[in-house]
Structure formats: structure tokens, C-alpha cells
Design a protein around this ligand. Structure first.
Ligand code: ATP
Ligand code: MG
Length: 574
């Protein structure tokens, strides 16, 4: 491709709405154009990148035995009603939906469990028809609350989604491992640094799940890792061991203290001269279910934070919010800031974090404005709540696999997610087959997603410098860019043309920058665009040498034309 023919434009300034470096660089280098909020057009440059990502995914999926299909984007509501997911998705406002001319209700596919289950139930009738793994690569549509960061969180994005169907748990475990191995091959080939962590299963449902995370500062996810013990989990899911709170001693009599204007844990610590770990705080939530709403109080040790993802999962609700002030007043009888476990309204469901179990003589809110309770003994002074793990793990906490080791935190971008769904969809949608025992069984499913457009953004987030993008070789839009320093250097131009054809014949993706602009501007654009190698026909060409530069390391060399391929080859394999 010649730059004069390539449909592209580079910019000097960052777009006003770009917050993270990948979005800024991709916009400035002319890779993407915003069409609407969370909606982007990919220019030829970026489409080349995304297609390379998709090809690698496709090859490794095929190698694993999965078969490619193409499912429709338009999905009838009737399927979503069958699976029981319609209400939740509508309530969360994530589903783009529309009506056809006859009034039929349709969704733009945010994911395809329903469609694929419908497909497979039509053709599978016996255990002999299983296992099967199907996949597709297609645009997904989600009306995200906060579309942002360019391709990172779009409202329309490319996903590879695969679905496995097995006759029994052993089969599902095997399909899951097959997909996981394919994912490792994919992310290695893409040239990205990544980790695999235990994940929350979220709205899709099911049992076990893991996420593939590209490590980068701008990642929206916090990952708790213990490399020595081999533990890794998304903070949404991470479990931890924390030191016991200081002993509260033998139970004493509960007493009330005036605490005017003193509400926060820090203020209370100072006022009572007590560590936060001797306090039990009470946070009031509202959980939304399909039929109704419920007020929930969560008791947590004063020095620790509530993990709302764990809470939402335990409640199995459609949505969870902090209760509004009015609700807090109704159930506690006090202004916000004084909630406690003693004397809460009947309607409140009280849950407590396991860390508060066995604590004696704790400090709590009083459910009375400007008062707190001292020496509270939960279970004596109020009913024993249900104890659950509702805590957010923090760096420095002990690892559950090896208590002598500490957890550390890194930021990650979720690029892949693999789930064991079990029979959630096959039960509700009737995907049954005749087992070896002659009885009908529901098939066991797994689902496996990769965000192909998000990968492009994640790759830039992880691979850039002050001059621009530094594409991993496997997904760079072009491998090498050629240019001639002098506009009138006819020998250089002729040799450059020959090299251009020759490299293309070798299978390289080559860009020839033949734009009639200053050399400085051409070289700057090559850096900004992130092309792995640059070859310049300059003064040295009189001696038969060109200048070659490696984008990643900045290494340059004057070499002969016949040395070019080997030079690049050796840098790629590093
Ligand atoms: P997230 O937690 O980031 O919202 P998710 O858990 O909802 O993602 P999945 O349903 O697991 O996402 O989708 C599979 C993959 O699709 C994700 O691992 C991610 O790489 C990609 N993806 C999900 N949502 C988006 C989005 N809004 N824009 C771009 N890629 C996305
Ligand atoms: Mg996910």
C-alpha cells in the first residue's frame, strides 16, 4: 500500500473526549473516527489490525476443534423470555431493542446464549451428537452506562463468542480446558502480556469462570495476585485472609454515647480512641428483584470495605444501590450516618461479613441521630445475622492458598472471559438429549468470549511510548514502512520501488510513504502509527546502504538491501 492511496489522516491534537492514552493515540494516528457516543468507524489502518486479531482467534479456534458459524444480530424477545433473562437485561437498560413493522419485539444481540441454545436444541437429540463447540465473530450491542475510552468500552464492539455443549460434567471440564488452552495460544500469538484470574460470573450466570487480563495501568479491573502461591482473582471475586481484630474481651453491658455530628469511621476512631477494626459499620442498600425491592443492611468490620459484586451475587438481585436517605430514615429512625444492627426495622434483611463473627464489645451506630452504641455483642443485643464473605480484598492481605504470602494488586483490561454455564440455558430452553442410560438430560454448556476490538485498544495501552503506538508485530497494520529522503533522488526512488515489491512478495505487509511532504513529517507519522520497522533511503544509499529502525527498541543500523529481511526477522523473534 502507498501512503498517497491509503485513506488516512493523522492529527496533531488529542480529541477532547479522550481520557486514556490508547484512545488519544489511535485517534491522532488516524485509526478510528467517532461516529456517536461509544460508536466508532474503524479506518483501513485499524480494520487491518482488528482483522489480524480476528484471524489469529479464528485459526486457534479452528485448531481447537471449534466450528465457525454466523448467528443473527436481530434476536426475537421470545428467546430471551424463554431463558428468563429478558427482565434483567431490560431493567439494567443494557439491551438495545426495537419493534418491527408488525410490532414484533427484537433485541440487537448483546451476547448469543439464547440463539445458540435454540440452534443446538434443534439438532441434538442423543449423547452421540455431543460434544460440540460453535463460535462466531460479530458485532455485539450493549447500551453501556458509561461508554468511554474509545474501543475499550463501546456500545457496539467486535466479539468472538464460543459455546460448548457436553453430555456431562467431565465433558464440560474438558471443553473448558480446550478453550482455555486456545486462549493461551491466542494471547501469546497476539504478543500481549496477560494474566488469567478467577472471575465473577455476572449476569450471564453459571459456576466457574476466569478472565484473561491484559496488564496495563489504565485497566478498569483491579486484580489481586499472589504469584508465589499461584493465586489470581479479579477483586470482584477475590478472597483473602485478614488479621483478627484486637480482642474485645468478655462481653460487657451495652451502652449508648452521644456522638454529635460524628459519623465517619475516622471521626469515631478519634472520638472513642478505638481502632477501626473494633467497630462494626452498617451500610444500608436497596436490592431490586423482578417482583419487588428489599432493604438490606450489611455489617462490616470498620476498617474494611464491602464488596458490592459479592453482595449482589449472594442476593441474586437484578440491581443493587445504596439506599436513599429517606429509606435510611425509615428503617433506622435516624439521620444517615447512625445506622446500626440493634433495633433496625423488621423489613430489613441483615447480612454480616464473616470477619465480624465472634467480635465482642464492638462499636456500632445506634439507629438514633447523634448516638452510637458501645460494647455491642451481635447475637446477644440483636438477632444473629447471616454471615457471608462480603469483603473486598486489599493488597497486603494474606493469600488463601498460602497464608504466609501476601496479595498484591495490578490493573488489568479484560480481553477474554471463559465460563462454565452448566445447565442454566439448556434447562430453561429445553436443550435435552437421550443419555447412555436411556433417560433425557439437559446438556451442559460453556461460553467463551474475546473482545477483538478491545484487544486493539489494550495492545496500544500496553505498547506505546512518547512518540506514539508500538504495535506488537503480529497485529501491526503494516510490518514495515519505506520512504526516500530526497524527493528528487531518482536512484533511491527506483530502489525503494524494487524493495517494496520484493518485500511484498516475501509476504510482508509494506507501506510505502510516497507523500510529497517533508521527511520529518513522514518519519513522525511512522512513529505515531506504530509500524514495527522503518526503512529510509537516504544519503548512505550511494554506498548501497539504507537506514533501518526498529520502532520498539529505537535501534538503528545502516545495512545493505540483502540484509533487511534477516535484520527484521531476528528482531521479531526476540
Ligand atoms: P466488562 O466487565 O468489561 O463490562 P463483560 O464482562 O460484560 O465486560 P463479557 O460479556 O464477558 O463482558 O464479554 C466478553 C468480552 O467482550 C469481554 O471480555 C471484553 O473483552 C469484551 N467486551 C465486553 N464489553 C465490551 C464493550 N462494551 N466494549 C468493548 N469490548 C467489550
Ligand atoms: Mg466478562
Amino acid at each position: 500500500m502507498r501512503s498517497t492511496q491509503l485513506f488516512f489522516k493523522t492529527y496533531y491534537d488529542d480529541p477532547a473526549d479522550a481520557e486514556i492514552i490508547s484512545h488519544k493515540l489511535m485517534a491522532r494516528a488516524g485509526y478510528l473516527v467517532k461516529t456517536g457516543a461509544g460508536i466508532y468507524t474503524l479506518t483501513p489502518l485499524l480494520w487491518r489490525v482488528v482483522k489480524k486479531v480476528m484471524n489469529i482467534i479464528c485459526e486457534e479456534m479452528d485448531r481447537s476443534g471449534a466450528q465457525e458459524i454466523m448467528m443473527p444480530i436481530l434476536q426475537p424477545f421470545s428467546l430471551w423470555k424463554e431463558s428468563g433473562r429478558l427482565d434483567g437485561y431490560l431493567k439494567a437498560n443494557i439491551l438495545f431493542n426495537l419493534k418491527d413493522r408488525k410490532g414484533g419485539e427484537l433485541a440487537l444481540g448483546p451476547t448469543h446464549e439464547e440463539v445458540v441454545t435454540d440452534l443446538v436444541r434443534r439438532s441434538v437429540s442423543s449423547h452421540k451428537d455431543l460434544p460440540v463447540i460453535l463460535y462466531q465473530q460479530q458485532m455485539k450491542f450493549r447500551d453501556e452506562i458509561r461508554p468511554r475510552f474509545g474501543l475499550m468500552r463501546g456500545r457496539e464492539f467486535m466479539m468472538k463468542d464460543a459455546y460448548s455443549f457436553d453430555a456431562d460434567q467431565e465433558g464440560l471440564d474438558k471443553s473448558y480446558e480446550t478453550m482455555k488452552a486456545a486462549y493461551h495460544r491466542i494471547f501469546k500469538r497476539l504478543g500481549l502480556r496477560y494474566v488469567v484470574v478467577d472471575a465473577d460470573s455476572g449476569a450471564i450466570g453459571g459456576s466457574g469462570s476466569q478472565e484473561f487480563m491484559v496488564t496495563a495501568e489504565a485497566g478498569e479491573d483491579a486484580l489481586m495476585l499472589c504469584e508465589e502461591a499461584g493465586y489470581g482473582a479479579n477483586v470482584e471475586k477475590a478472597v483473602c485472609i485478614i488479621p483478627d481484630a484486637p480482642d474485645g474481651g468478655e462481653p460487657k453491658e451495652m451502652r449508648k454515647e452521644a456522638t454529635p455530628e460524628i459519623k465517619s469511621v475516622e471521626q469515631l476512631c478519634e472520638f472513642f480512641d478505638l481502632p477501626a477494626s473494633r467497630m462494626v459499620k452498617t451500610v444500608i442498600y436497596k436490592a431490586v428483584f423482578a417482583e419487588d425491592e428489599k432493604v438490606v443492611a450489611v455489617l462490616m468490620r470498620g476498617d474494611r470495605q464491602i464488596n458490592e459484586v459479592k453482595l449482589e451475587n449472594r442476593l441474586d438481585c437484578l440491581a443493587l444501590h445504596l439506599a436513599d436517605d429517606e429509606t435510611v430514615r425509615r428503617v433506622t429512625g435516624a439521620e444517615p450516618g447512625f445506622a446500626g444492627p440493634v433495633g433496625l426495622a423488621e423489613e430489613v434483611l441483615v447480612l454480616a461479613d464473616e470477619s465480624t463473627k465472634g467480635m465482642t464489645n464492638v462499636l456500632c451506630g445506634c439507629n438514633e441521630t447523634d448516638y452510637h452504641l458501645l460494647d455491642v455483642n451481635i447475637g446477644r443485643d440483636c438477632e444473629t445475622p447471616e454471615y457471608l464473605d462480603l469483603m473486598t480484598a486489599e493488597p497486603g492481605d494474606r493469600c488463601v492458598l498460602d497464608q504466609t504470602k501476601e496479595l498484591t494488586v495490578v490493573r488489568g483490561i479484560e480481553v477474554g472471559h471463559i465460563f462454565k454455564l452448566g445447565d442454566k440455558y439448556s434447562q430453561s430452553m429445553g436443550l435435552k438429549f437421550m443419555g447412555k442410560d436411556g433417560k433425557q438430560h439437559a446438556a451442559l454448556m460453556g461460553c467463551y468470549g474475546i473482545g477483538s476490538t478491545r484487544i486493539a485498544a489494550a495492545a496500544v495501552e500496553q505498547n506505546h511510548d512518547g512518540d506514539g503506538i508500538v504495535w506488537p508485530h503480529a497485529i501491526a497494520p503494516f510490518h514495515v514502512v519505506l520512504t526516500v529522503a530526497g524527493k528528487k533522488d531518482s536512484d533511491g526512488i527506483a530502489a525503494c520501488e524494487t524493495l517494496y515489491s520484493q518485500l511484498m512478495e516475501e509476504g510482508q505487509d509494506v507501506l510505502l510513504d510516497d507523500r510529497p511532504i517533508g521527511l520529518g513529517a513522514r518519519l513522525k507519522d511512522a512513529e505515531l502509527m506504530g509500524i514495527p520497522f522503518r526503512i529510509l533511503f537516504g544519503r548512505g544509499f550511494k554506498e548501497g546502504k539504507v537506514e533501518i529502525k526498529c520502532r520498539r527498541t529505537g535501534e538503528t543500523a545502516d545495512i545493505g538491501l540483502d540484509e533487511i529481511s534477516a535484520w527484521m526477522e531476528s528482531r521479531v523473534s526476540e
